[in-house]
Ligand binder design. Structure first.
Ligand code: SF4
Length: 363
């Protein structure tokens, strides 16, 4: 069993509904015969490798990064759809146990909306059947309560008039309507923590805003803690109060949405922002990322981003930077922002000033 990666600073731990501490999800790789004969230690694909954060009630925390960075695995592990390899999940400050009864109780409070509404609903179930299914599991033999919660969830998801949808099947509905049904199904049990995994990426641009507004409403009016996963930074700006950037299984920068989206510090976050489309003709930084995300089974030594980083130095190739606070609300894992002194480090304030001096603020 692999040991957990170093626990990173936890932001918002005080009142967090959900808190991840050093969460890891590693998948064992098939051992080659030669490796077995030579007694080499087993290799793992480290999809999530020491992730720590908390999400408060009424907050939307965005998690961004390229495909293969571990965003979705983090979301699914956070609600225990995948058992963590190491680390802890705390709900209301208490560790989530792994007995069947504890997990059932946890899942009543922690739900997920997947990316593809065409695959997340049973084609043989009517809308009412799909939404009623989790209610029957969590509130058995309480039929009146189930019906009340079903209707309330549909109204909250904007499926009105409710009677127009109850007896319809998935093939009779549009992509946007299907995603609203998937959302109604997830919120029917009135969870306090909701993972939204790329919930609008398969929908027409014209209907995305309506779906995103639902998540804003759930956080502000229902005080849900929401983990919003997306590779689309423009939608993050619309819904998130804080944003975390992930690279190869770790968080490399996390702060308020304004900090991370308007003035990212980590070179990877800056490159993502430079590539994001903007509705303005103001000039902005151009950063070209070399290559693609490496296979997590072949993790680079030192800083995981160094093979692609335009600012890599010798220390980056040997020492992995830890997340460090740059102010009360932001943490960054990069040697450019280390607060200590030593080989390859720069005092935090000087490094930040140097970075800003390059005109790195994204227009
Ligand atoms: S630690 Fe070095 S390689 Fe990693 S992001 Fe910072 S400058 Fe780039």
């Amino acid at each position: 069993m692999p040991a957990a990666g170093p626990a990173e600073p936890v932001v918002a731990d005080g009142e967090a509904v959900i808190e991840l501490r050093g969460l890891c999800k590693w998948y064992p790789l098939r051992q080659r015969v030669l490796d077995t004969l030579l007694g080499r230690t087993p290799r793992y694909l480290r999809a999530v490798d020491g992730v720590s954060f908390g999400v408060r009630a009424g907050e939307v925390l965005g998690v961004a990064g390229e495909s293969g960075c571990g965003k979705s695995t983090t979301g699914m592990t956070a609600i225990h759809l995948h058992a963590p390899t190491a680390g802890e999940i705390l709900f209301d400050g208490r560790p989530v146990g792994d007995s069947a009864a504890e997990l059932r109780e946890f899942r009543r409070h922690a739900q997920i909306v997947f990316q593809n509404p065409y695959e997340s609903l049973n084609p043989r179930f009517t809308v009412a059947d799909s939404i009623r299914e989790p209610l029957a599991i969590h509130f058995p033999r309480q039929h009146d309560r189930q019906e009340r919660m079903l209707l309330q969830a549909m109204e909250r998801a904007g499926l009105t008039p409710v009677d127009d949808y109850l007896d319809r099947f998935p093939h009779q509905l549009s992509g946007g309507q299907l995603q609203r049904i998937a959302i109604a199904r997830a919120i029917a049990v009135q969870p306090r923590f909701l993972v939204a995994d790329e919930p609008v990426s398969m929908l027409d641009v014209s209907i995305r805003a309506g779906i995103l507004n639902l998540f804003r409403h759930f956080s502000s009016e229902l005080q849900m803690a929401i983990l919003y996963i997306s590779h689309d930074l423009s939608t993050m700006r619309h819904v998130c109060s804080r944003v975390a950037i992930m690279y190869l299984g770790r968080i490399v920068e996390m702060g308020t949405a304004t900090q991370v989206l308007d003035a990212p510090l980590h070179p990877y976050a800056r490159a993502l922002m430079a590539a994001a489309p903007v509705m303005t003709n103001r000039s902005r930084e151009r950063i070209e990322l070399k290559g693609a995300v490496p296979n997590p089974a072949d993790m680079p030594a030192g800083c995981r981003f160094h093979p692609r980083c335009p600012r890599a130095t010798d220390v980056c190739r040997t020492i992995e930077p830890a997340l460090e606070a740059t102010d009360a609300e932001r943490v960054v894992a990069c040697h450019l922002y280390r607060s200590g002194s030593g080989p390859g480090t720069a005092p935090l304030a000087a490094a930040a000033a140097h970075h800003q001096g390059e005109g790195n603020a994204i227009a």
